[in-house]
Design a binder for this molecule. Structure first.
Ligand SMILES: Cc1ncc(COP(=O)(O)O)c(C=O)c1O
Length: 365
C-alpha cells in the first residue's frame, strides 16, 4: 500500500472542515497506523488509560496557555457540534421564564435563535444587520434589562464579517460562538461567561466541540436536564462522562502543539492580518471583483467577494480550480465566492489566489 502522505497539495480554501497543518496530518497519519510509544494505532486504546489521560491533560493545558484561560473557567471537550450549543446554552444559562439577547449577524445567529425558540426560551434580537444582507457588524444594541446573557458570533463564516472586539454589553454575561475564528487572534476570555466552538476550522477535525465556561455558571440550570446536556456533570467527569471523540481530540492536541511552536495567538493574528491584507488588496484593486462586506466589518478568516459580471463567476471558479485554487464557491445561501484563510493556510497560497484574481480581472476587463 502506498504512503498516505501525498506530496502534491492543492491550495485548500474550504470554509470547514478545512485545511490542517501539513506536519500535523503527517504525524496523525503515522500515529493512526502505529504510535511508536504504544506499538499500535492511537485509536486502538481505551480512553481510561494513563496515555489517554495525559493526552487530554496536555491538550487542555495547551489550550489554556494559548488562550490565557483563567483558572476559574472550565474547559470541556464535547460532541454535537456548535449546533448542539445553540440548545445547551439556553438550557443551562437561561432561568425559567427569563430572557436573553442575541446579536443577529447571519445564518449561525439565526440558527441559535430558532433553536432557543423551539425550546420555548425567550431569546430576543438586540441588534441585527439583516436589513443590509448581513454585510456588517451592527453597533447599536438594545439589550433587555434583565438579560441572562448576550449571544454573539465572533466571526460569521458564511457572510464574511467579524467582530474586532467583543461587543460592549456592560455587566451582562457574554456568550460567544467562536467556531470560525478561535485562536486566530488573542481573545479576552475573562470578558466572557461562555465561549464555544466547533473544532473543524482552526482547531482540528470535525467531531469535537470546545466549550470554555466560567465555573460558577455550570450549575445554573434551573430545570432537570439530560446528563449529556448539562455542563456541570460533563465538567465534573473531565469531559469523559462517556467515550470522548478521541481522534478529533488527538488531532486537536497536535494542532495546539503546532500553534504553540508557531508563536501562539499573537503570531497567528499577525499572519492572518497579512493574509487578509493580501487578498482584500487584490479584490479592491481588480476592477472585475468586489468585496461583499462593509470594509470595517471584514472578516480575516472568511473573505467573501463577487465578480461585478456575475456571468463570469462559474468560469472564474473553474479556472481557479484548474490552477489548484480550490473550494472558492460562496455558501449556497449567499452565492458569489469565499476564501477561508484559517491559521493553517500558508501566506504563499493566499498570494497565489491574489495574483490569480488580478490576472483574471486583467484578462476580462
Ligand atoms: C460560526 C459557526 N457557528 C456554528 C456552526 C455550526 O457548527 P457545527 O457544524 O459544528 O454544528 C458553524 C459551522 O460552520 C459556524 O461557522
Amino acid at each position: 500500500m502506498e504512503s498516505p502522505v501525498i506530496e502534491h497539495r492543492i491550495h485548500n480554501f474550504s470554509s470547514g472542515p478545512s485545511i490542517l497543518p501539513q506536519e500535523v496530518l503527517e504525524r496523525a497519519a503515522r500515529d493512526l497506523v502505529i504510535h511508536p510509544e504504544l506499538g499500535h494505532s492511537v485509536m486502538e486504546l481505551s480512553h481510561r488509560t494513563p496515555f489517554w489521560e495525559a493526552a487530554m491533560e496536555r491538550a487542555e493545558a495547551d489550550l489554556r496557555e494559548l488562550l490565557g484561560v483563567p483558572d476559574d473557567y472550565a474547559v470541556l471537550f464535547l460532541q454535537g457540534g456548535a449546533t448542539l450549543q445553540f440548545a445547551m446554552v439556553p438550557l443551562n444559562l437561561m432561568p425559567e421564564g427569563g430572557v436573553a439577547d442575541l446579536i443577529n449577524t447571519g445564518r449561525w445567529s439565526q440558527k441559535a435563535l430558532a433553536e432557543a425558540k423551539k425550546l420555548g426560551r425567550d431569546l430576543r434580537v438586540a441588534a441585527t444587520s439583516e436589513p443590509t444582507g448581513f454585510d456588517r457588524i451592527p453597533t447599536q444594541l438594545d439589550l433587555a434589562a434583565d438579560s441572562a446573557y448576550v449571544h454573539y458570533v465572533s466571526n460569521n463564516t458564511i457572510h464574511g464579517t467579524e467582530f474586532t472586539a467583543p461587543p460592549d454589553v456592560g455587566d451582562a454575561l457574554l456568550v460567544c460562538d467562536a467556531s470560525s475564528n478561535i485562536l486566530s487572534r488573542p481573545m479576552d476570555v475573562a470578558r466572557h461567561g461562555l465561549i464555544f466552538a466547533g473544532a473543524q476550522k482552526n482547531l482540528g477535525p470535525a467531531g469535537l466541540t470546545l466549550v470554555i465556561a466560567r465555573r460558577e455558571l455550570l450549575d445554573r440550570a434551573t430545570w432537570s436536564l439530560p446528563t449529556m446536556l448539562h455542563y456541570k456533570p460533563l465538567a465534573k467527569a473531565g469531559s469523559m462522562l462517556n467515550t470522548p471523540p478521541v481522534w478529533a481530540i488527538y488531532i486537536t492536541g497536535l494542532v495546539l502543539d503546532w500553534l504553540k511552536r508557531q508563536g501562539g495567538a499573537e503570531a497567528m493574528e499577525r499572519r492572518n492580518a497579512e493574509k487578509a491584507a493580501i487578498l482584500y488588496g487584490a479584490i479592491d484593486d481588480a476592477p472585475l471583483f468586489e468585496g461583499c462586506t462593509a470594509p470595517d466589518s471584514r472578516s480575516r478568516m472568511n473573505v467573501t467577494f463577487r465578480l461585478t459580471r456575475d456571468e463570469l463567476t462559474s468560469a472564474f471558479l473553474a479556472e481557479a480550480a484548474s490552477h489548484d485554487l480550490k473550494y472558492l464557491k460562496g455558501h449556497r445561501s449567499v452565492g458569489g465566492c469565499r476564501a477561508a484563510l484559517y491559521n493553517a493556510m500558508p501566506v504563499e497560497s493566499v498570494q497565489r489566489l491574489a495574483d490569480f484574481i488580478r490576472d483574471f480581472s486583467d484578462r476580462h476587463a
